[in-house]
Design a binder for this molecule. Structure first.
Ligand SMILES: C[S@@+](CC[C@H](N)C(=O)[O-])C[C@H]1O[C@@H](n2cnc3c(N)ncnc32)[C@H](O)[C@@H]1O
Length: 321
């Protein structure tokens, strides 16, 4: 391990503070069974500015200036290293959505699939996360101009793509098919409500409300819990290379998996540690504790704004970015 990042063991796992590329380079081949993440969505959020608003040093946060190709390189380097760290047969689940850039809607998720395939990740599933609550004023354009060519649907969905690291030998190296009977018995999935939404590739979850989490774009805990349950066994290592508020770590902790969350921002890493610690204590004592609430009305209002993408205004992307 290098000194280029800090490690904070908590519960069954740890949060690492640093660039995920550096942290991944220190991990052995095939260490993780499952990777789950939501990367920065290109230019959508300037996390440094957002952290400054948390510290009360800034009123508002904005977008980040980064060229698309530079962003592509950034992601490619990190998901390439992740491919080494996930065991053959293991999955890599990524939540991502289109972004607004230079007045255009950029189909980032569709480019992203090509980038992942180029690296050697096999594409497996495209799941749509439908937001059950979304403030979006786009569709109002047709109400004002009820004519062909004025249709801009409200943006109420993001993608959850599932990739897999190919096993060298399909029969031998599928890490899910070769588990002991005891392992399977201890990890049987409750299918009582499976035939409803869970069996389909449209998942409906409410986005996290601003007062529930200090991060500007956390994904829902229920979403990542579902992923962790479907793609890993108890005791497996689950990695999130852009961990933010630690939703993946919290889900993994609750479900008895080991976990490693990596984030480059100290404010988010500290917050993630405190949240996992709460869950881990809760499990120990079986008492209910609550996570710290997010202070700051300005920030809350701004995130509401980021949830809605308008046609003319080139507003920030929806909830997770
Ligand atoms: C979309 S957010 C992830 C939110 C997270 N899924 C959650 O639920 O809270 C992306 C995160 O990537 C982090 N990040 C950006 N560059 C990074 C890097 N090079 N290494 C690690 N984390 C990074 C940002 O600080 C941000 O928290």
């Amino acid at each position: 391990m290098t000194s280029d990042y800090e490690r904070f063991p908590v519960g069954r796992g740890e949060i690492a503070l640093g660039d995920c590329l550096t942290v991944l380079r220190g991990l052995p081949d095939g260490a993780a069974t499952l990777a789950v993440t939501s990367p920065p969505y290109h230019n959508a959020i300037n996390y440094e500015q957002h952290a400054q608003t948390l510290a009360g040093e800034k009123e508002r946060w904005g977008r980040i200036e980064i060229q698309y190709d530079e962003y592509r390189q950034f992601l490619m380097e990190r998901f390439k290293e992740l491919l080494r760290v996930v065991a053959p047969g293991g999955y890599n689940v990524v939540n991502i959505a289109p972004v607004s850039w230079q007045g255009r809607r950029v189909p980032l998720p569709f480019h992203f699939v090509g980038w992942m395939e180029e690296l050697g990740w096999a594409f497996r599933e495209d799941i749509v996360w439908e937001k059950t609550v979304a403030r979006d004023r786009r569709s109002g354009v047709l109400l004002q101009h009820p004519y062909p060519g004025y249709y801009y649907p409200s943006l109420v969905a993001e993608y959850v793509f599932v990739f897999q690291r190919p096993g060298e030998r399909r029969d031998r190296s599928n890490i899910y098919w070769h588990r002991s009977d005891a392992d399977r018995a201890g990890n049987e999935i409750d299918l009582s409500d499976y035939q409803g939404e869970k069996s389909k590739n449209v998942w409906r979850f409410r986005p996290v409300a601003p007062q529930e989490n200090i991060h500007p774009c956390p994904y829902p805990l229920e979403l990542v819990e579902r992923v962790v349950e479907f793609y890993s066994y108890r005791g497996d290592l689950v990695v999130d290379i852009f961990a933010g508020s630690g939703q993946t770590n919290v889900a993994a902790e609750k479900l008895g998996r080991r976990h490693l969350g990596i984030d480059i921002m100290r404010e988010y890493a500290d917050y993630a540690v405190s949240r996992v610690r709460d869950v881990s204590r809760e499990a120990d004592s079986e008492t209910v504790e609550t996570s710290p609430a997010a202070p700051g009305a300005t920030r809350d209002a701004q995130r509401d704004e980021a949830d809605s993408e308008t046609v003319a205004g080139d507003q920030p992307t929806p909830a997770t970015s």
